[in-house]
Design a protein around this ligand. Structure first.
Ligand code: SF4
Length: 105
């Protein structure tokens, strides 16, 4: 999906479940921050989760919770996609690597 089709992130976020939440929840400090679980739960009920995730993967966003994923999950998927594009075989696809937020609990 192109950036033009996705629109801008401000529009996506204006329709997101995080709109009325504390933004700091979505920018945890380290991978053990307890805010991560809360942010992922909020993303799990968000109507624009897929758009948000597509945007975060396309830009790409290095920090924060976007589209129900952590930075580490997005890095792993990007690495797997790069390996696949170079002809390495992997057993995971982007879709099942990220799963849905509900599957992450
Ligand atoms: S998926 Fe998460 S970060 Fe993205 S708009 Fe929805 S609640 Fe906000």
């Amino acid at each position: 999906m192109s950036a033009e089709r996705l629109g801008n992130i401000a529009d996506i976020l204006s329709r997101g479940s995080c709109l009325t939440e504390d933004p700091e929840l979505f920018f945890p400090v380290g991978s053990k921050d307890p805010n991560i679980a809360n942010a992922l739960k909020i993303c799990g009920g968000c109507d624009v989760r897929q758009l948000c995730l597509d945007w975060a993967m396309l830009k790409p966003q290095q920090d924060g919770i976007w589209g129900g994923t952590t930075p580490e999950e997005r890095i792993r998927v990007r690495r797997e996609e790069r390996e696949r594009s170079l002809g390495f075989t992997t057993t995971t696809t982007t879709a099942n690597a990220l799963g849905t937020p509900k599957e992450q609990f």
